[in-house]
Ligand binder design. Structure first.
Ligand code: SAM
Length: 251
């Protein structure tokens, strides 16, 4: 198991801070969009869903009310965070490019973790993993933060307070080379623990970025029928973001 780029500190030694960067309750609206999409495109009522790159399990904390969820992530530290939020779900360590569970699900979901696929080869491998774990008549849903067409340099900030500690972050998305298949998300985390002590950590996330044509082509090449769908969310400008679907034909 290996990474093309160093795995962000956020998913290793800083994993326990994840719920203060990204709180489960903030995912309710988007998880509902993913649930509705899976229900609309599955040929039968979906009961089981595999999530690849589940991270801290924020989406899963909502989706588990509707599906039996199996959660895979490459990082044991992030799986530990998700296990404490979602103890009733099955958790498995694995790389979305190569993991093989030898069983199939009604739906396969890859949320923003797909952004860590930094080459077309990686992306193809992850989508192939989704295909082999998807039942005939089932659906795979891929939700990248950006495509080449929708990417704009941007900054964001946020964070939360927890028991005896707090986190605030600045996120800066920019693209050093618009001609390759990556951009970077540079993060500064301010971490407060104890009475008044705050430390700062810098963390670079190298993310993949692909055009719409590449998404549709790769999803089709592995054997799915490919679709693109506009993502709808009250905080996202209408028409500014797309998700991709792979419909696995009935045998
Ligand atoms: C932003 S977090 C996902 C958060 C998730 N969407 C949620 O709802 O909580 C991204 C995750 O992708 C995982 N990841 C990155 N590369 C991976 C790979 N090759 N296979 C599996 N997981 C991977 C990281 O370990 C990290 O936990």
């Amino acid at each position: 198991m290996g990474y093309n780029y160093p795995h962000p500190k956020l998913y290793r030694e800083l994993a326990s801070w994840w719920p203060l960067l990204s709180a489960p309750e903030d995912y309710a609206e988007e998880a509902e969009f993913y649930r509705k999409t899976i229900f609309s495109f599955c040929s039968t009522t979906p009961k089981t869903t595999l999530e690849l790159g589940c991270g801290g399990g924020n989406n899963a904390s909502h989706l588990k009310k509707h599906f039996q969820m199996t959660l895979v992530d490459i990082s044991p530290d992030m799986l530990a965070v998700s296990r404490s939020l979602n103890p009733e779900c099955e958790h498995i360590q694995g790389d979305m490019r190569s993991v093989r569970l030898e069983r199939a699900f009604d739906a396969v979901f890859i949320h923003d973790a797909i952004m860590y696929m930094t080459s077309e080869t990686d992306l193809q491998q992850a989508i192939k993993t989704a295909f082999v774990h998807c039942k005939p008549g089932g659906v795979a849903l891929f939700a990248p933060d950006h495509t080449r067409e929708t990417f704009r340099p941007s900054t964001d900030h946020g964070g939360h307070d927890g028991h005896g500690r707090g986190l605030r972050y600045l996120e800066w998305n920019w693209d050093p080379d618009p001609h390759d298949s990556t951009y970077v998300a540079d993060f500064a985390y301010l971490l407060r623990e104890g009475e008044g002590e705050v430390r700062c950590e810098y963390d670079r996330h190298v993310c993949g970025i692909f055009g719409r044509e590449a998404w549709i082509r790769i999803i089709s090449e592995v054997g799915f029928q490919a679709r693109a769908l506009l993502f709808e969310h009250s905080e996202i400008e209408p028409g500014s973001c797309e998700v991709f679907l792979g419909l696995r034909p009935n045998d």
